[in-house]
Design a protein around this ligand. Sequence first.
Ligand SMILES: Cc1ncc(COP(=O)(O)O)c(C=O)c1O
Length: 386
Amino acid sequence: MPESPIRKLVPYAEDAKKNNIEVLHLNIGQPDIQPPKEVLDKIKNFNIKTVEYTHSAGIENYRKGIAKYYNNIGITVSYEDIIVTTGGSEALIFCLNSILDPEDEIIIPEPFYANYNGFTTLSSAKVKPIISKINNGFKLPSTKEFEKLINKKTKAILICNPNNPTGYLYSKEEIKQLAKIVLKYDIFLIVDEVYREFVYDNKTHYSVLKEKNILNNAIVIDSISKRYSMCGARIGCITSRNKELIQTCLKFAQARLSPPTFGQLAGIEALKADEEYFNKVINEYEERRNLLVSELNKIEGVYCPNPSGAFYCIAELPIDDSNNFCKWILESFSRNKKTVMMAPASGFYTKEDTGKKQVRIAYVLNKDKIHESTRIIREALKKYNS
Ligand SMILES: Cc1ncc(COP(=O)(O)O)c(C=O)c1O
């Protein structure tokens, strides 16, 4: 199993904290935002006498609630197209194990969410990366580039929309481009839409489940971790109109018995969150992004595209190796007893030497902390390069 680029610097952060340095965590997608009030009220007032397993596919009422949520955003699915999972992570594990045999291949634009590599390894299959580039904001590579990689072992294309780690929002045209490819080669199109709501600049998200031509090919990975700031509830789902896929995933779901009961009960309440809740949260993330991207781009030698979604960005820094820099900043640099933890971006690429100057930054801290972080990065770069 590959190690996580997001967590591998944890011991250095722990050492910094032991030395009374405050570490601003820009390395991990752990939002500081409160979940909807309905969820907090439910958690305070759980009134149950036994804590039972639920149906392996999830509480039926909850699945019906999720189907209604999809219907409300223009996606026609029934609750029978949904299996509730222990986070989007388990949805990915079920999905990849269901469609991949050993040695099969899956094409993923890189940089990509590093755990895709681990989950594919778990299926004894291989990731075939296709490079997307920082100089065009990480847009989708051309059909020709995808076709170069497709062979008999190719079972799927996997994208994350909006993207972690780049923040890139794939357009409707790009989803249609992928739909054409998967239809032509009869492979799956897996879209990880766990950041679906987090879209800025008045743009809209186009879900792959809206593509009527590929009902049997399209699979969505979903989660409440980011949508309602409920990472610890450990609830996600896999959604597809492909009955055979859902039946196969259900076997995995039955083998692990049940998704978390408490998390599902809280998830039912989360579905009651109103538009106002989302407007506030999305507005907050958009302001944080604006601040972060503009402050980063003011630093000499730094380039950061302005991403339209999720809550991450990739920045290129004037350094030799972001692994060294991210370690050094934790070990040897602080400003007013504060330092930052970032994720070296090379871990989001399959080849060690790609993305060496890049870091991924998650804007999951309040604006004061984000501003402070950019000041730390600015001064640290000066010292590092002197
Ligand atoms: C792109 C992406 N997919 C899936 C997940 C899995 O999240 P969870 O298992 O909490 O739903 C994450 C978590 O950070 C993510 O960033």
